[in-house]
Design a binder for this molecule. Structure first.
Ligand code: HEC
Length: 242
């Protein structure tokens, strides 16, 4: 097993001897600077010193790609044997260095065992008739906001299926105020958002379950708004409408 995890050197040519030579060369270069600028000596000497400096200077350019890693006298634990993400491994039979979670593993807080809430299904597998959320004004407002963001481009803000996408030749959706859709269960609408239906894509990845149920409640409110009778209006406001 050890052989698979054996530390691999970044570069074979990066021997300690070569590193020591490089350090020494830079040391010489810094010695040469004051020497070159001193007033003593001949011009020829300066030319030679500059030439030598020029050679060493090329080794000092920063920001240039190098094959060798920088000199690292105190490595601490900076360089360690490791696998890169998505890398290959000869150790495991499937050659994947990243290990998939054990089959059946559930992340904490993601059990989602409540079928009614997460899948819109009752214990017998049928779509639920009623929204499991307690619908109040806050839920409806949330549903309105999410509906206007995610659904109105196709279904329009009133749900008649004449959203802006239809003008761009998208398949016109059915109106929510059609007889058939007035009579579907809450679970059906939740299921349509979750899994899509025919020409409508799934919105499960964009909209979390709680918001999906809020949207369902809002779709119901939209339907009610187009098919309301006088008895739906609160008593004290009925007189004003007559
Ligand atoms: C990209 C456009 C588009 C978006 C966005 C969209 N829909 Fe739809 N929807 C459609 C189309 C098209 C149909 C008709 C599908 C068919 O019959 O082929 C449809 C059908 C439906 C139906 C009727 C299903 C049935 O039983 O016939 C419901 C309910 C519905 N959508 C709800 C929603 C809700 C809620 C949202 C927002 C989360 C939404 N849709 C977002 C295009 C869209």
């Amino acid at each position: 097993m050890y052989k698979y995890f054996k530390y691999q050197k970044l570069s074979e040519s990066n021997s300690p001897v070569k590193q020591a030579v490089a350090v020494f060369a830079k040391f010489l270069f810094f010695l040469a600077v004051p020497f070159a600028f001193s007033s003593r000596g001949f011009a020829a000497k300066k030319v030679v010193v500059f030439a030598v400096m020029a050679v060493f200077l090329t080794g000092c350019f920063r920001g240039q790609p190098k094959k060798q890693p920088p000199i690292h006298p105190i490595p601490d634990m900076d360089t360690q044997p490791r696998y890169t993400a998505q890398g290959a491994s000869q150790f495991f039979p499937d050659s994947m260095a990243m290990r998939p979670p054990v089959y059946g593993t559930v992340a904490r807080g993601h059990l989602n065992a409540d079928d009614e809430f997460y899948r819109g299904r009752a214990a017998n597998g049928n779509l639920v008739q009623h929204n499991p959320l307690k619908v109040d004004m806050q839920v409806l407002e949330r549903g309105q906001k999410e509906f206007n963001i995610y659904c109105s481009p196709c279904h329009s803000k009133v749900g008649d299926g004449r959203g802006i996408m239809v003008q761009y030749n998208y398949v016109p959706p059915a109106s929510f105020h059609d007889e058939r859709l007035l009579n579907v269960s809450d679970g059906h609408i939740f299921d349509v958002i979750t899994n899509g239906i025919r020409n409508m894509p799934s919105y499960a990845h964009q909209i979390p379950p709680e918001d999906r149920w809020a949207i369902v409640a809002y779709v119901r409110a939209l339907q009610r708004s187009q098919n309301a009778s006088l008895s739906d209006v609160p008593q004290d406001m009925q007189d004003k409408l007559k």
